[in-house]
Design a protein around this ligand. Structure first.
Ligand SMILES: Nc1ncnc2c1ncn2[C@@H]1O[C@H](COP(=O)(O)OP(=O)(O)OP(=O)(O)O)[C@@H](O)[C@H]1O
Ligand SMILES: [Mg+2]
Length: 353
């Protein structure tokens, strides 16, 4: 294993057939960190991971492990462990043989190989299944084999590409905790790809939010959750209400709302400039303020998710423990600290119009 203090990506760019899949990714990964790459389908997450792993050559930029250039080394010389989205287990090899594969490739002596393989299998609680073939295991068990196979080589970095996407909801939650625990117990450095904001927020020390191959924001879960850098990040992080209007002195005149609304501008906006108010459904409070009519109400256990409309035809998404039903008339208020105001600059032109 080659340890490191920092791993630095410097303007990492990857083009396919003339089009950028990833543009100028700058990122410093510190030893022991859990980094999540988050963004919608096609934003360049797997491309970034594969560039880091050495499975894709860079079109521009460089990768450094401390002072040493890394992107010119082949994948097998980087000493990274990889967990692929589809697990990529060898179907004809037992769990044991799958897990010990990387050690055999590295010529690790038999006794040590056996000891480390057993330890890795114990770590992911598969002792009883060690002699089975992957086809005889459930999805979650296969996923744990893939993790054991990645960590058994004691990699300096573990790369995981949406490892939980094939699992059912309950198992996904359990495995989240398991992966986070493994990361802590083994003192791993992890880069984890997901399009699930909850997964990223709950697991990572820092998030890298991507869109169309470009970094939108790098920050702690709290920073990204409470202070998204732009309306695209806000949109991706659950601000379902993105309401266009015009800015004036820390308030916004939202189209179709009928009253000026106080909010928190995320950066300086010129008075009179087009702007977008962003607020999460659960942050709109019932009572006071503006009257709306409920049009759709969905049951979500403790809460109701509702779509409601103002007299002027503005649609709002609400989320509340109150038992709303279609046809109900309720009043809503926007807490100013929860209502972020973004300049409209970064909106596509048809939306800004
Ligand atoms: N081998 C390839 N040849 C051509 N284009 C590619 C190739 N791999 C990826 N791309 C393109 O690069 C862009 C980024 O793809 P990438 O696989 O990194 O996205 P992603 O964020 O991992 O998406 P998903 O969440 O769907 O897995 C996409 O537009 C994709 O079509
Ligand atoms: Mg992908």
């Amino acid at each position: 294993m080659t340890g490191f203090e920092t791993l630095r990506l410097d303007g990492v760019t990857r083009r396919f057939a003339g089009a950028d899949a990833l543009t100028g990714l700058d990122l410093e990964i510190r030893r022991g960190e859990f980094i999540a790459l988050l963004g919608p389908s096609g934003c360049g997450k797997s491309t970034a991971l594969n560039c880091l792993a050495g499975l894709l050559p860079l079109s521009a930029g460089s990768i450094w492990r401390d002072g040493t250039r890394l992107d010119t080394l082949p994948a097998e010389r980087r000493g990274f462990g990889m967990v692929f989205q589809n697990y990529a287990l060898f179907p004809h090899l037992s769990v044991q043989k799958n897990v010990s594969f990387g050690l055999r490739m590295r010529g690790v002596p038999r006794a040590e190989l056996r000891r480390r393989t057993q330890a890795a299998i114990r770590l992911v609680h598969l002792e009883e299944h060690a002699t089975k073939l992957p086809g005889q295991l459930s999805g979650g068990q296969q996923q744990r084999v893939a993790i054991a196979r990645a960590v058994v080589i004691e990699p300096s970095l573990v790369l995981m590409d949406e490892p939980l996407s094939n699992l059912d909801a309950k198992l996904r939650l359990e495995m989240r905790t398991e992966i986070r625990k493994l990361h802590q117990d083994l003192g791993l450095t992890t880069v984890y790809v997901t399009h699930d904001q909850e997964e990223a927020l709950s697991m990572a020390d820092r998030l890298v939010v991507l869109r169309s191959g470009r970094v939108q924001q790098i920050g702690t879960p709290e920073e990204v959750h409470t202070r998204p850098a732009n309306r695209h990040v806000a949109d991706f992080l659950g601000f379902r209400n993105l309401l266009p209007g015009f800015f004036e002195k820390d308030t916004i005149n939202i189209k179709g709302l009928g009253v000026r609304t106080a909010g928190s501008p995320v950066r300086t906006i010129r008075d009179g400039a087009p702007a977008v108010a962003a607020i999460r459904p659960e942050d709109i409070t019932l009572g006071g303020g503006v009257e709306v009519t409920v049009e759709v109400a969905e049951y979500h256990g403790r809460e109701i998710a509702a779509e409601a409309r103002t007299a002027d035809g503005l649609t709002l998404h609400l989320r509340t423990p109150q038992r709303l039903a279609p046809g109900d008339k309720v009043a809503v208020t926007f807490p100013p600290e929860k209502l972020l105001i973004f300049p409209a600059d970064d909106l596509p032109s048809e939306e800004a119009a």
